[in-house]
Write a protein that binds this ligand. Structure first.
Ligand code: PLP
Length: 404
């Protein structure tokens, strides 16, 4: 850790209409008790410490040039930043500008891909638990979710159930999947053998892969992200890979995302679908943000920020396993998300899950639950907060919330 960056100041976001600043949007009407400042661990894509100074500097410099034109195609340096980043961090060495298409965000190209490569009523394979947004994407595109549950192995590691996946693909004639890698919410950074085995199944059944790799920059405790497109020839030419600044640099609001597609047929079809909706027309600030963030300075900041997340995660894991008896969790390989399994605690203390969730809200822990995404006793927490806030959260959980 260089110690150059400030990860401890608690930023006051009031007045900036920040989604995460409004706890009442998430608490289903439950009021936070007096004296407990709400801490938002609900939103998966928010950082609660300042983003990379190189990103801010790029935006300020761009803002000083007083014309804010439409961008037909980003400048050369934009593409070079992405190519250099992907090579330095993930060893991707055969990417060209033609393979990259700028986008506003991830859901745009994901929905466009569903609408382009499925017809209404088609089945699309998803894994459970999963990022809540995919259900809406599928609904919008008129597709049916086919769900394969991850299973925990003997060491508590979430694994793909390959037999179940194959059976579901075959039975439902699946030809499109959305796959989250690293995985939201479990935090799995998939190993090469897992991706290879999965891809072999996709090849066998001719499945097009919409790879959501938005979390790829948050790998923890020595884990390495492997781009799905790199695991086989089939993967390279049948995957639509999605990236953006929203997760690594906490910058959803900048609309700076992009896809990588190596197959010209897939790319032309998707480009045609998104061109007409302007989903792929980014603005000058997204262009500047990409160049400022995906830079050597941005990489240094990110590596330091990952150290903080490692510290937060190790602290949280330790706290849960030692102090919250009956609650279980796994140390994630990546992301800044922690999933708690509260089943044993709720049953042992005879506390219904909705009451536990509500209690968290009352003490200002604005967390995310929902049987559909996290299972009936699952809670997801986003720990991209200063360390002192993470300590505060778990202190409240131990003292007030997990108390029957
Ligand atoms: C796996 C995953 N995909 C997509 C998104 C949303 O993409 P964006 O940040 O571009 O809105 C999120 C946001 O939390 C996510 O976790």
């Amino acid at each position: 850790m260089t110690g150059k960056y400030d990860f401890e100041t608690i930023i006051d976001r009031s007045g900036f209409n920040s989604m995460g600043q409004h706890p009442e949007k998430f608490t289903q009407g439950v009021r936070v008790k007096e004296g407990f400042t709400p801490i938002n661990v609900w939103i998966g894509g928010d950082l609660w410490f300042p983003t990379a100074p190189s990103l801010t500097k790029a935006l300020v410099e761009r803002a000083q040039h007083p014309f804010y034109n439409m961008i037909q195609r980003p400048c050369d340096a934009y593409y070079e930043s992405i190519i250099a980043w992907q090579k330095a961090r993930y060893g991707v060495d055969k990417m060209t500008r033609a393979d990259i298409t700028p986008h506003n965000n991830l859901p745009g190209p994901i929905i466009a891909a569903l609408k382009t490569f499925c017809i209404p009523g088609d089945s699309v394979l998803l894994t459970l638990p999963m990022f809540s947004g995919y259900f809406g994407d599928l609904e919008y595109a008129g597709c049916k979710p086919v769900l394969s549950s991850l299973v925990k192995d003997g060491d508590g590691v979430w694994r793909l159930d390959f037999d179940d996946i194959e059976q579901k693909i075959a039975a439902n004639h699946v030809h499109v999947t959305i796959f989250s890698s690293p995985h939201n919410p479990t935090g799995r950074v998939w190993e090469r053998w897992e991706l290879e085995k999965l891809m072999a199944l996709f090849e066998k059944y001719q499945v097009i892969v919409i790879a959501d790799e938005t979390w790829c920059d948050w790998t923890l405790n020595g884990h390495t992200h492997i781009p799905m497109q790199s695991v086989s020839e089939y993967a390279r030419y049948h995957t639509i890979a999605n990236y953006g600044l929203s997760k690594p640099f906490g910058s959803n609001g900048l609309n700076a995302a992009y896809t990588v597609i190596y197959d010209s047929y897939l790319r032309d079809r998707l480009d045609a679908a998104t061109e007409r909706t302007a989903l792929d027309s980014i603005g000058p600030f997204a262009e500047a943000a990409i160049m400022g963030a995906l830079s050597p300075e941005g990489a240094e900041w990110l590596d330091d920020a990952r150290e903080l997340i490692n510290k937060n995660m190790n602290f949280a894991y330790d706290y849960v396993t030692k102090q919250l008896k009956g609650v279980s969790t796994s140390l994630p390989d990546g992301t800044y998300l922690l999933v708690l399994d509260c089943e044993r605690w709720c049953k042992e203390h005879n506390v219904p899950m909705d009451e536990l969730v509500r209690k968290g809200f009352e003490y200002g822990v604005i967390w995310a639950a929902g049987a559909k995404n996290y299972g009936p006793f699952g809670i997801r927490m986003c720990l991209a907060h200063p360390f002192s806030q993470v300590q505060e959260i778990f202190d409240r959980l131990g003292k007030y919330v997990f108390k029957a």
